[in-house]
Design a protein around this ligand. Structure first.
Ligand code: ADP
Ligand code: MG
Length: 346
C-alpha cells in the first residue's frame, strides 16, 4: 500500500470513528436532556425553574413565565384592573351578578367546597380583611401599621363564604365583600404549568416552584426520584426533611416565617383566621401539603395552618391529601401515608 492509500484509509477510519461517536452521543436521535435553570419573579413571588430539556432550549421556561404573567393579569390578581377577579370585586353590592368564565366558576366552586370542609378556616371572601392588614407590604419593608380593630371586625362581618353565591356562569357578591385568591393562586398556576409542559416534548422532567408551591414533572435523567425540601420554619436556611416524589405532584407550604412582622414580641403573619380577622394562632409554624391537584394543595396548606395540628390532620385525611406540620415546639406531625414520601434531614 503506498503512502497516499495509507493516508486515505486513515482519514476514512477517523471519519467513521467521529461519525459513530456523534451518533452514539446523540443516542440515535434521542438526545440526552440538559439542565436549564432560571430564577425570576411573577405573581408577586419568586419563580424557580429547573428543567431537563433535550434540545437545551429555554423556550418552555420562557413560556412558563409568560403563562404566570397572563394568569395574574387576566384572571387572579386583586391588584390589577385587567383581571377577572378585579371585575368581579367591582360588582360587590350591585343588583346584577358578575358573569364569569368557566375557569373562574371552577375555581370559586372548589374554594367554596374547601371552605365548607374546613368549617370556614379557608375563606376567599376575606379580601377586605386582608387589605386592612396589608402584611405583604410591611414584610416588603413598608411601615407597619396595625389596623383599627373595629374596622377589622366590620370587614369580618361583611365576609363569609356562605354569603357568596356562585354558579357555573355567575357570582354575586354582597355589599362590602371582596374576594382574594392569594391562598390558591400559586397552586392554580402549578396545574397550568403542568399542562404547558406536556405540550413541550423536549422537556423530560422539571421541578418548578411558584413561591411556596412546587410542581414535580416527568422523570429525572438517569432515574430516581425528585427531592423536594421542606423548610425548617425555625431556621429557614435549613430544611427539616425532604419529600421523594415522582412527576405530577404539587407541594404547597404555608408558614408564619415568610411574610411577617413582629410587634411586642408577637409575630403577625399573612394567614388570617376568618372568624377573628387576625393572624391565625393555632400553634403551628408551617404546614406542607402533598397532592396531585395544585389548587387543593395550596388551599389546604392555608386551611390546615389556620386549623392547627389536630383538626388540620383530620381535614387532610378527609380530603385524601398528605400533610406535614411543624408546631411551635418544633415537633413534626404528619398523615399516615406521608411517611412513604417524607424523610428527615440527617
Ligand atoms: P402564600 O401566599 O405565602 O403561599 P398562603 O397560600 O397561605 O400563603 O396564602 C396566604 C394569602 O391568602 C394571604 O396573603 C391572603 O391574601 C390570603 N388569605 C389569608 N388567610 C386566608 C384564609 N384563612 N383563607 C383564604 N385566604 C386567606
Ligand atoms: Mg395556600
Amino acid at each position: 500500500m503506498n503512502l497516499f492509500m495509507k493516508n486515505f484509509w486513515r482519514r476514512q477510519f477517523i471519519g467513521i470513528f467521529l461519525g459513530s461517536l456523534i451518533f452514539f452521543l446523540c443516542g440515535c436521535g434521542e438526545r440526552k436532556p440538559v439542565a436549564v435553570q432560571t430564577t425570576d419573579t411573577a405573581m408577586g413571588t419568586v419563580i424557580r425553574q429547573s428543567l431537563y430539556v433535550t434540545n437545551g432550549s429555554t423556550a418552555a421556561a420562557d413560556e412558563v413565565m409568560e403563562l404566570l404573567e397572563a394568569l395574574d393579569q387576566e384572571t387572579l390578581s386583586w391588584r390589577l384592573e385587567t383581571s377577572e377577579l378585579w371585575r368581579i370585586n367591582e360588582t360587590a353590592g350591585q343588583k346584577e351578578a358578575a358573569v364569569i368564565t368557566e375557569e373562574m366558576a371552577a375555581i370559586l366552586k372548589s374554594c367554596q367546597e374547601i371552605s365548607e370542609k374546613s368549617g370556614g378556616a379557608f375563606d376567599i371572601t376575606i379580601g377586605q380583611v386582608a387589605r386592612l392588614w396589608s402584611i405583604d407590604t410591611w414584610a416588603a419593608g413598608g411601615e407597619p401599621r396595625l389596623p383599627d380593630e373595629k374596622a377589622v371586625a366590620h370587614a369580618v362581618d361583611r365576609a363569609g363564604y356562605r354569603r357568596l353565591s356562585v354558579n357555573e356562569r355567575e357570582v354575586c357578591l354582597p355589599e362590602g365583600m371582596q374576594l382574594d385568591l392569594g391562598a390558591v393562586g400559586k397552586g392554580i398556576a402549578l396545574s397550568h404549568i403542568d399542562s404547558l409542559l406536556q405540550q413541550h416534548e423536549e422537556v423530560t422532567g422539571a421541578v418548578i416552584s411558584v413561591g411556596g408551591s412546587i410542581l414535580t414533572y416527568g422523570t429525572k435523567p438517569g432515574g430516581g426520584s425528585w427531592r423536594v425540601g421542606v423548610a425548617n420554619p425555625l431556621d429557614t436556611s435549613a430544611s427539616i426533611g425532604y419529600l421523594e416524589l415522582d412527576g405530577g405532584w404539587c407541594v404547597s407550604t404555608s408558614g408564619d416565617y415568610e411574610r411577617y412582622i413582629e410587634i411586642d414580641g408577637k409575630r403577625l403573619h399573612h394567614i388570617l383566621n376568618p372568624y377573628t380577622g387576625f393572624p391565625a394562632e393555632s400553634g403551628v409554624h408551617s404546614v406542607t401539603i402533598l397532592t396531585r391537584d395544585g389548587l387543593l394543595s395550596d388551599a389546604l396548606s392555608t386551611a390546615c395552618f389556620v386549623l392547627g395540628v389536630e383538626e388540620g390532620l383530620a381535614l387532610a385525611e378527609e380530603c385524601g391529601v398528605e400533610a406535614v406540620f411543624v408546631d411551635f415546639q418544633g415537633e413534626i406531625s404528619m398523615t399516615a401515608q406521608m411517611e412513604e414520601y417524607f424523610h428527615l434531614s440527617q
